[in-house]
Write a protein that binds this ligand. Structure first.
Ligand code: ADP
Ligand code: MG
Length: 299
């Protein structure tokens, strides 16, 4: 990234963080950006299905489709929404006014597909947009942001303003190289960034582990940062089938291999890791389920 761009970005993040700090003394929602180096690695499917996994565990989850220009969260969910981020960026609507209901309690803010203006936000539009996300605390415990692929001001702006980033890759060498590229870009701006890794479309767990370990090692060696290996999702025909049905695979194929992998990732993200699978998780899982039912007014 050229120097003045990097400086602009630092300023952007500082301004949006200052704004957010003023707007809310304590951060309530956990904001997680999902990004990748290469396109087509499964970000949108991860965001939507992980969102459902987290919602099932009792979190109030809001998905924001910020893949500006290539937005498609609404399509994967089979939703139609009258308003999208285009109307927010144009100043016609507020973020909280365009939230729509997805399956299983998931809340969704649709992007605006194919609108060039969205893909090339000005710095001040970006600051305003990122800052306005702090108004969403009341609507969610976890905000998942589906960002564009590749290193751009938009992506880095979202990622750096988030609490955490999930980088999605596949085992393909090109995807791995580009995942490393985006991790490097994030680390250069914020050495303390919390970066987690998901290997999608893996042939088997061993392949996923090899890919994740390789990226983690290179990041440690050359960037001096630690990565959290969050998990993997196996290549599974249930995924494209669910996309055709316009239903998340967690809903359409809840017992598929891909769904089981996402369940594990949701547990890890909430600290209900595999290691405590037996007693603690069973109990915690129960409490989470209970709380979730309670929130829905069932219990
Ligand atoms: N685990 C998987 N197994 C099989 N196909 C997958 C898997 N994950 C994603 N896909 C397919 O890859 C394509 C791209 O996924 P998508 O979520 O749109 O990626 P992105 O948002 O990164 O562009 C979709 O057609 C989807 O069906
Ligand atoms: Mg996508």
């Amino acid at each position: 990234m050229i120097r003045d761009q990097a400086e602009g970005l630092r300023e952007l993040v500082k301004r949006s963080k200052d704004f957010a700090a003023k707007a809310r003394p304590a951060r309530l929602a956990r904001i997680i950006s999902v990004t990748s180096g290469k396109g087509g690695v499964g970000k949108t499917n991860v965001v939507v299905n992980l969102g459902i996994g987290l919602a099932r565990r009792g979190s109030r989850v809001l998905v924001i489709d910020a893949d500006l220009g290539l937005a498609n969260v609404d399509i994967v969910l089979g939703l139609t929404s009258r308003y999208n981020l285009y109307h927010v960026i144009k100043g016609e609507k507020k973020l909280q006014e365009i939230i729509v209901d997805g399956p299983e309690g998931l809340k969704v803010i649709a992007g605006g597909a194919g609108i060039r203006e969205l893909a090339n936000l000005s710095n001040s539009q970006r600051v305003q947009f990122i800052a306005s996300m702090s108004e969403l605390d009341d609507y969610a415990d976890i905000i998942l942001i589906d960002t564009s692929a590749g290193i751009s001001q938009n992506v880095l702006g979202f990622v750096l303003a988030s609490d955490e980033a999930i980088v999605v890759t596949t085992p393909e060498p090109t995807a791995i190289r580009d995942a490393y590229g985006i991790i490097k870009a994030i680390a250069l701006e914020n050495k303390d960034a919390k970066i987690r890794l998901i290997v999608n479309m893996a042939a088997n767990p061993q392949e996923a582990e090899d890919v994740a370990s390789r990226i983690e090692m290179v990041a440690r060696q050359f960037l001096d940062i630690g990565l959290d290996k969050l998990g993997y999702i196996l290549r599974d025909p249930a995924v494209p089938e669910s996309v055709l049905k316009q239903k998340p695979f967690m809903v359409a194929y809840p017992t598929s291999k891909a769904s089981k992998c996402v369940e594990v990732i949701a547990d890890r993200l909430l600290g209900l890791s595999e290691e405590d699978t037996f007693k603690p998780k069973g109990f915690k899982g129960f409490i989470f389920k209970f709380v979730s039912l309670f929130k829905k007014g069932v219990a």
